[in-house]
Design a protein around this ligand. Structure first.
Ligand code: HEC
Length: 138
């Protein structure tokens, strides 16, 4: 009976240490939107190359943001005119791309969140629609 509290205390300590030592990087393998923006999108979107909507330019972004996060993100992901598919970086995941798009939308006054599973599913659905509509055009 005298030993019980210390045993409980010890296992609690071990449990806590185990949690603290678990590498947090494992839980987040892909990059945050700001980093993706700086590494990939900045090349065109900082200066507005080829009419890219400029970072932080509310006038340019407001009508785009109004198209909705799933639609706009999907169209950009597939590519539109001067906007290359995946921002021209085939290594980019849809998660990362979508977070970068949300980051740019927020910088221009939008309230887009980093996409959760539901939003990602909506983006994928829009991506399919977009590809289908591009394939029927000749
Ligand atoms: C090579 C230059 C280039 C790069 C790199 C680039 N973009 Fe773009 N982006 C453009 C251009 C040009 C447009 C305007 C396309 C148009 O409407 O004519 C555009 C438009 C967009 C749009 C609006 C799409 C629409 O339907 O009008 C989004 C969203 C977007 N880009 C997101 C991104 C993200 C996110 C990245 C980085 C992962 C990125 N872009 C990287 C050139 C680029």
């Amino acid at each position: 009976m005298r030993d019980l509290p210390s045993v409980a205390g010890l296992s609690l300590t071990l449990l806590c240490c185990g949690l603290l030592l678990a590498p947090p990087a494992m839980a987040q393998p892909s990059k945050p939107g700001e980093q993706v923006y700086r590494e990939v999108c900045v090349v065109c979107h900082a200066a507005g190359v080829a009419n890219a909507p400029k970072f932080g330019d509310k006038k340019a972004w407001t009508p785009l943001i109004a198209e909705g996060q799933a639609v706009l993100t999907a169209h950009a992901w597939v590519g539109v005119r001067g906007m290359p598919a995946k921002g021209g970086n085939p290594q980019l995941s849809l998660d990362e791309f979508s977070r970068a798009a949300a980051y740019m939308a927020r910088a221009a006054g939008g309230n887009w969140k980093d996409p959760d599973a539901k939003m990602l599913a909506a983006i994928k659905a829009e991506e399919k629609k977009r590809i289908a509509s591009l394939n029927t055009k000749k």
